[in-house]
Design a binder for this molecule. Structure first.
Ligand SMILES: Nc1ncnc2c1ncn2[C@@H]1O[C@H](COP(=O)(O)OP(=O)(O)OP(=O)(O)O)[C@@H](O)[C@H]1O
Ligand SMILES: [Mg+2]
Length: 358
């Protein structure tokens, strides 16, 4: 799959600003179903971006539930990135079209976008079961909805989505922000990776890391958090953390009065060293899961979070390890990396790092 920005000729205006995109259905073999929406259309769909339509807020802006004229539900992300770090209008739309062209069962479908002066919006398929974060944070009652089968499906689906971005898209995409809130679940609990490629809408050298939620930091590979070195192995690290969360039902960072702050990765490593990995499995699925498979999933999680990036498996291999097509019996697991000292990453701010690619 070729990922490129060769769509400038979709636009009639040669000038960068202002550009009147208006409402255009961009048709063509590869760009079916992509719509450039008008602002008024999105306004009607969201009851004027009313508070009751707002379903969340992330590093890039607020998300609203919307109902399109044709009766489809959508999630509309209103981007609130400073204009200077955002790509120009035409470049922005062509990047979005390229992203929308990436189709995979485990990626959220980007239906379209909207540019209205300084305002930019992304329009996605609406996912009925919200995000994995909502389930994991929602207490035992919520976690009970996810039996072992569902956890397996979600783990494998996310691995497939990521393997696609890493290996089948050209040039490859490093997600940068794999975490439970970016794994959305459709009506059948099929996982859809969201927010991939968003750094492409930013100008070169600008990059966003969402540090607005403390939990986000626990997903960051140490080499990325410390030096901004970004490779596919950065995503592998985050995937490992996510996998440990899915199996354990615990969030990435936990706090209790007795132990203070403790990290899931650290806990999993201690349990592994004590040779009692099954202790990590979420009590809400206990008694009813294949133990061998659970141990394998936790070990794959630990292999993915190893401190030394080069020792982490590539995503297609991690996937094969999960499905037991690559045997991990006897594979050495080395110490996990952990970003515990976060003193110089300021919470609540958007951090700009230099980036480098593998
Ligand atoms: N396509 C969608 N369908 C349903 N709900 C969605 C969709 N996209 C986003 N949401 C909801 O909106 C929330 C906010 O999403 P958003 O991506 O803005 O923030 P985030 O994932 O928490 O952080 P980040 O900005 O780092 O990705 C999500 O957690 C989810 O609950
Ligand atoms: Mg998100």
């Amino acid at each position: 799959m070729k990922f490129s920005s060769c769509f400038s000729n979709c636009f009639s205006s040669a000038s960068e600003t202002p550009i009147d995109i208006g409402r255009a259905e961009i048709e063509g073999e590869n760009y079916q179903n992509f719509t450039v929406f008008s602002y008024s259309e999105l306004k009607v769909a969201t009851n004027g971006f009313s508070a009751s339509n707002k379903i969340g807020e992330g590093a890039f802006g607020s998300v609203y539930k919307g109902l399109l004229r044709d009766g489809t539900n959508v999630a509309i992300k209103m981007l609130s990135v400073e204009l200077e770090s955002m790509r120009g209008e035409r470049e922005f739309v062509s990047e979005i079209i390229s992203l929308a062209n990436l189709k995979h069962e485990n990626l959220v479908t980007l239906k379209g976008c909207c540019v209205d002066g300084a305002n930019r919006f992304l329009v996605y398929n609406y996912m009925e079961n919200n995000s994995l974060a909502q389930i994991l944070l929602g207490g035992e009652q919520n976690r009970m909805k996810l039996g072992w089968e569902a956890r397996r499906t979600i783990s494998l689906g996310v691995a497939r989505g990521l393997a696609y971005l890493h290996e089948e898209v050209e040039p490859h995409i490093v997600h940068r922000d794999i975490k439970a809130s970016n794994i959305l679940l459709d009506q059948n609990l099929i996982p859809k990776v969201s927010d991939f490629g968003l750094s492409r809408i930013l100008r070169d050298n600008a990059s966003h890391i969402s540090t607005h939620v403390a939990g986000t930091l626990g997903y960051l590979a140490p080499e990325y958090a410390i030096s901004g070195r970004l490779t596919r192995k950065t995503d592998v690290y985050s995937f490992g953390v996510l996998l440990l969360e899915i199996i354990s039902g615990q969030t990435v960072v936990n706090f209790d009065l007795e132990h203070g702050e403790h990290y899931l990765v650290q806990k999993a490593w201690e349990i592994y060293r004590a040779n009692s990995l099954l202790q990590l499995v979420d009590p809400t699925v206990r008694m009813n899961y294949p133990e061998e498979e659970a141990v394998r999933f936790i070990k794959v999680g630990l292999l993915c979070v190893q401190e030394t990036a080069r020792l982490r498996p590539e995503m297609p291999i991690a996937l094969k390890m999960l499905t037991n097509d690559v045997d991990i019996e006897g594979v050495q697991i080395s110490q996990p990396g952990l970003v515990a000292d976060l003193m110089n990453i300021k919470l609540g701010q958007k951090t700009t790092f230099p980036c480098s690619y593998s």
